[in-house]
Design a protein around this ligand. Structure first.
Ligand code: NAD
Length: 259
């Protein structure tokens, strides 16, 4: 099994208090990184940090809303006053179910604020330091919905399409500054995000929906958060130094084998 050395690297992970972000935080910390978790939920995120500290790693919570530019600027300024920012992982995101008719203006605005503006805010805040360093790695959590039509995911797909194209734009503009930018596009990953959305949208049919959603991946199951974190650990490592401006589906065959 491959292992990557992140000793003394500063890694910022948004939405690191739950699901994929929790797995990312633990994996990067156990590989030696100093992990700064930016998350809405202070209590849940502190539990993740406590577990990391107990296991001999280093992590810190910064409670915030990624859609608030002033908060993000302040937090990133605080972190970068003491250390470089080697890796930024934009993972925080929220879901919405519905076609365009079932998407209100406020639904659309909310999804835009977190899934698009949140990514913009964090990159905007970190880029000057990365330019000064002449190095930096940005990894964005996109989705299969970035490239494939998924039923009843109008607003969510819109935002994840933007995450993908922001990835290309950043990769191109900052190539000469030694900054790499890539994205990961998971199909369904078994996290609280999926459990909450099944509970909210399909009450009373949780078990059937879980089965149905598992089978939409040709491989017959959902991904595990740790599998996504393992790909991220590689993509942000020196071993992946030739990779930029690329999206990586991790989808159990969803995009290419669903025919
Ligand atoms: P999750 O709901 O388990 O965790 C998301 C975390 O982000 C939570 O800790 C939450 O507090 C935090 N967060 C949400 N809004 C925030 C905000 N405004 N500011 C700060 N923190 C905020 O979700 P997950 O399933 O781990 O998903 C993580 C990412 O992966 C999301 O971007 C999601 O779109 C993407 N994704 C998930 C799946 C899946 O099936 N789970 C599939 C494809 C892509």
């Amino acid at each position: 099994m491959a292992s990557y050395n992140y000793k003394d690297k500063t890694v910022i992970i948004t939405g690191g208090g739950s699901g994929i972000g929790e797995a990312l935080s633990k994996k990067f910390a156990s590989s030696g990184a100093n992990v700064h978790i930016l998350d809405f939920q202070a209590k849940k995120t502190q539990e993740v940090v406590d577990e990391i500290l107990q296991n001999g790693g280093w992590a810190q919570v910064h409670q915030c809303d990624v859609s608030d530019q002033n908060q993000i600027k302040e937090i990133v300024a605080k972190i970068t006053s003491k250390s470089p920012v080697d890796v930024l992982i934009n993972n925080a995101g929220i879901a919405h179910v519905g076609n365009i008719e079932a998407t209100t203006e406020s639904d659309l605005d909310k999804l835009y604020q977190v899934n698009i503006k949140g990514v913009y805010n964090c990159i905007y805040a970190c880029i000057p330091k990365m330019k000064e360093q002449g190095a930096g790695i940005i990894l964005n959590m996109a989705s299969i919905a970035s490239t494939v039509g998924i039923s009843d995911r109008f607003a969510y797909s819109m935002t994840k399409g933007a995450v993908l194209t922001m990835t290309y734009s950043i990769a191109k503009d900052y190539l000469d500054y030694g900054i790499r930018c890539n994205s990961i596009s998971p199909a369904r990953v078994h996290t609280p995000f999926v459990d909450n959305f099944i509970a909210k949208n399909y009450p009373g049919q949780e078990k059937e929906m879980f089965e149905k959603l598992s089978k939409t991946q040709p491989i017959g199951r959902m991904a595990k958060p740790d599998e996504v974190a393992a790909l991220a650990l590689y993509l942000c490592s020196d071993e992946a130094s030739f990779i930029t401006g690329t999206d990586f589906p991790i989808d159990g065959g969803f995009i290419k084998l669903n025919g």
